[in-house]
Design a protein around this ligand. Structure first.
Ligand SMILES: Cc1cc2nc3c(=O)[nH]c(=O)nc-3n(C[C@H](O)[C@H](O)[C@H](O)COP(=O)(O)OP(=O)(O)OC[C@H]3O[C@@H](n4cnc5c(N)ncnc54)[C@H](O)[C@@H]3O)c2cc1C
Length: 413
């Protein structure tokens, strides 16, 4: 295989371009938006994804841009500790876990793609509308999304669809699938500069499945000033119909959800104050899609959210897209035949990612918060009366295995 078209210049698409370029494939990325901007708020990169980015030579950039997450703590809605575990290097992994701004990560990747593959390797303002697999190559047609103007066609030996949760390519193969599945929960995400909490590198989750707060700092520059740029996510079960189309950049008024969190001042973290002090807040319905029976069709395959959108639980969205890119690169290296390479990638990645989709529907590692809420809705004096240490450990370890980052296995790589 000599050439590849990657559809979508998000996290998955750009890492795929870097990885395939490293395996000697000539890659062009086609992105729908005219200008790629540093959009989004915080995400987490788990150690297995950081390994892939480190092998791609991005270690120093990550160090400069992300906070190496030191611990993860679950607390109940009164701020009392349920579970604490070390994370990343602190937990003995060979690679850190990073809490990082999604848009800044995308800019690191974009810069690396342009430096290594050339400025013209990323073609913006090109929205894929249709494609044809002749058996020898793939032809793709593009338009300007805003005007509908036809921009012409491009060919390559294979096409990798990393075009996100509303993937055109997935819709082509599964036309009856319909919109993403709504969990009944809404997420509001924002960024707030505040005094550091706990270690200053801690990630916390408070509450239970119907009302939750997640918070973690994401900016080393702010940390250097003795402050924290806290990425936070407030989550509520609202039920009913899915709000209009899922859009990461839909800004909303905090009064929509702030009253529900009015009493969540834990002393070490004043949740209502953090929400009040945020500038922009974005709303997103928590959605996923059912796992698919097939990603690869001849010379075309799906990757990242196009292949396996999942609830944003357990820090997996971006990390799993990066693992896909790694597996695809490895499969291409090991298989001369393009169709076999894409099929081998599907075989490696389809089942593990489906397992995460299912685990996240049951709250993933956050299951412990729900158990404690159900057993002690008015709070607890002693956690031992509510849940045993063994039960807590079992749930945490099980999820690490499902998501592919249990320390012993990963450190052997
Ligand atoms: C603007 C934006 C902001 C986000 N913010 C957050 C966040 O704050 N927190 C979080 O956890 N996750 C966020 N996500 C989602 C997160 O990036 C993904 O879940 C994860 O990184 C997997 O990446 P992906 O590459 O599969 O998909 P994405 O990162 O969603 O990338 C898909 C890309 O494909 C492009 N695209 C779509 N359709 C076409 C088409 N027909 N032709 C060409 N290009 C197309 C899109 O413009 C986008 O750049 C955001 C996604 C986007 C697009």
């Amino acid at each position: 295989m000599k050439t590849a078209m990657v559809i979508g210049g998000g996290i998955g698409g750009l890492v795929t371009a870097l990885k395939l370029n490293r395996e000697g494939v000539s890659v062009r990325v086609f992105e729908s938006v005219g200008t790629i901007k540093a959009l989004g708020v915080g995400i987490n990169l788990l150690p297995h994804a950081v390994r892939v980015l480190t092998e791609l030579g991005l270690e120093e950039e990550l160090k400069k841009t992300g906070i190496p997450t030191a611990e993860l703590m679950y607390v109940n809605k009164f701020g009392k500790k349920i579970w604490q575990e070390d994370r990343g290097l602190n937990a003995g992994y060979r690679w850190p876990q990073y809490s990082i701004h999604r848009g800044r990560l995308q800019m690191i990747l974009l810069k690396a793609v342009k430096e290594r593959l050339g400025e013209n390797a990323v073609v913006t303002g090109h929205h894929l509308t249709s494609f044809h697999d002749s058996g020898d190559n793939v032809t793709a047609e593009f338009i300007t999304k805003r005007t509908g103007e036809h921009l012409g066609s491009y060919h390559a030996d294979v096409m990798i669809a990393a075009d996100g949760i509303h993937s055109v390519v997935r819709n082509f193969f599964y036309p009856d699938e319909g919109p993403p599945k709504f969990s009944g929960r809404i997420l509001w995400r924002g960024l707030t500069e505040s005094t550091p909490f706990l270690t200053g590198k801690s990630m916390i989750m408070a509450g239970h499945q119907d009302q939750k707060i997640v918070a973690y700092p994401i900016c080393p520059d702010t940390a250097a000033k003795g402050r924290s740029l806290v990425n936070w996510i407030a989550e509520l079960t609202v039920g009913g119909e899915m709000p209009p189309r899922a859009d990461w950049n839909h800004a909303v008024d905090k009064e929509k959800f702030l009253p529900k969190f009015a009493k969540w001042d834990f002393g070490w973290l004043d949740v209502p104050q953090v929400i009040k002090s945020a500038t922009d807040i974005f709303e997103f319905p928590m959605v996923d899609r059912d796992p698919l029976p097939q990603w690869t069709f001849g010379r075309v395959t799906l990757l990242g959210d196009a292949a396996h959108p999942m609830y944003p639980i357990g820090s997996n969205g971006a990390s799993q897209a990066i693992l896909d890119a790694d597996a695809l690169g490895q499969s291409i290296l090991e298989n001369q035949n393009a169709e076999l390479a894409l099929k081998s990638y599907e075989q490696i990645r389809m089942e593990p990612t489906a397992n995460i989709v299912f685990a996240n529907r049951k709250n993933g590692p956050e299951e412990v918060m729900q158990i404690v809420e159900e057993r002690a809705t008015k709070g607890f004096e002693s956690l031992d009366d509510v849940i045993t240490k063994q039960e807590l450990e079992k749930i945490a370890n099980k999820y690490k295995k499902v998501a592919g980052f249990d320390r012993e296995t990963l450190n052997q790589k």
